[in-house]
Design a binder for this molecule. Sequence first.
Ligand code: IMP
Ligand code: MG
Length: 175
Amino acid sequence: MSETVRVMIPEEDVTKRIEEMGRQISEDYAGKQVHLICILKGGVFFACELAKQITVPVSIDFMSVGSYGDGTSSSGIVKIAKDLDETLEGKEVLVVEDIIDSGRTLSYLLEVLRKREPKSMRLCTLLDKPSRRVREVKVDYIGYKIPDEFVVGYGLDYKQKYRNLPYIGVVEGVE
Ligand code: IMP
Ligand code: MG
């Protein structure tokens, strides 16, 4: 069977949901400046769209953390491939992720970032697969809770493909 992508969440729905999340974050951070930490590569599409919907002052920094190889299952090994450019001390930090699966990546990352003494730190993810959780992670903003299916699009990849899809889809026909 050849590889195809079935639409799970259409583009208009994702766009609307990100608008809502931006509105909520703007309310919650009223009178403050929010420092977005975008987790590369997957988080970049969501982080950019979300940033455009936030009406309080925003700064943004990038970090690359990998716990995955090219396949569809976690290796369990977390490494920082690219660290942040700026310090977090005294900042209202909002970590922006594409998806939380086992929670291994985030639980490790949040521990590392907390040591850098931000004033506050919250977590925002476009997608959450709660049934797959191995490590407990407190998530403050969730776009969608989804079932245990391997999804692509909106930054998410399968073997580095499909990140550019403007919707969330499920890869089918993969052995
Ligand atoms: P965790 O450490 O298991 O929570 O894995 C988080 C990372 O795994 C995410 O940031 C993604 O890069 C990747 N990942 C987990 N599930 C999926 C999926 O369904 N599609 C694409 N990437 C995924
Ligand atoms: Mg990721």
